[in-house]
Design a protein around this ligand. Sequence first.
Ligand code: ZN
Length: 310
Amino acid sequence: MTLIVENPAGLDHLTPAGHPECVARLAAVTQALAAPEFADLDRRTAPLADEASLLLGHPQSHIDSVRAAIPQAGRTALDPDTWATPGSWDAAVAGVGGCLAAVDAVLAGRATNAFVATRPPGHHAERDRAMGFCLFSTIAIAARHALTVHGLSRVAVVDFDVHHGNGTQDVLWDEPRALFISSHQSPLYPGTGAASERGGSNNVLNLPLAPGSDGAAMRRAYQAQGFDRLRAFQPDLILISAGFDAHADDPLANLMWTTEDFAWITRELCDIADELCGGRVVSTLEGGYDLPALAASVAVHVTELKERGA
Ligand SMILES: [Zn+2]
């Protein structure tokens, strides 16, 4: 069974007019997942993560500084791109809690795989810095949760968002039980993610993709390096940072992927999960800023998860 974790608190995290990371993104995803073909999926609402969970990815000082920055009214800039409004704490912390609940459900066998429909995203948040629309490093916290709370031996994170997952890389850099694989456009924000960045114990694999390149280039990169590394690592769980901004229609980047490319990478990762770890996959939403492309891409992604989770 496939589980959908929804985060309605994500609708209360507000960004200025014209900001690409907007409430309408989550509404578009929610609407896509309301389609009849997803009516039989399990659903639950994301709970707030506790502070001990946030501490798996961040020092107390970062948690305290984000909390202190949340305004009573109006909005505060955490960096030039990253905003906090009164609802931002619950939105971001429930995003983490939702991802942890998805991991708990999959590891308990209550679901085969899961998708977490949430915003703000998380993969740019470093250990001690909110940035790039992200407050907490959601997927890295989920990886640490699977390792420390559930006692898994190895967890892999695959990030196919068009931007490098610098925050995930930062949090997991010295975590040999986690493998982080990121494909992303380069050069592009945030500027990190060179192939030479390999992690504290060769546990990071960056797959930079040239601006203008299409899904075939992405497929070659995973087939040449990504999938072999994933198989060699033998994870007990595969986490996906599912950003859909590599789509050709996305306004923030210049890759030329189609919705079928997102279906393909999802299928391939589910194949590897079937082979290595009982199909256990937890995917969480990162970027994706063209609303029709985002909705269509989430739909094919969840359709592939559903076929495996049946
Ligand atoms: Zn992105």
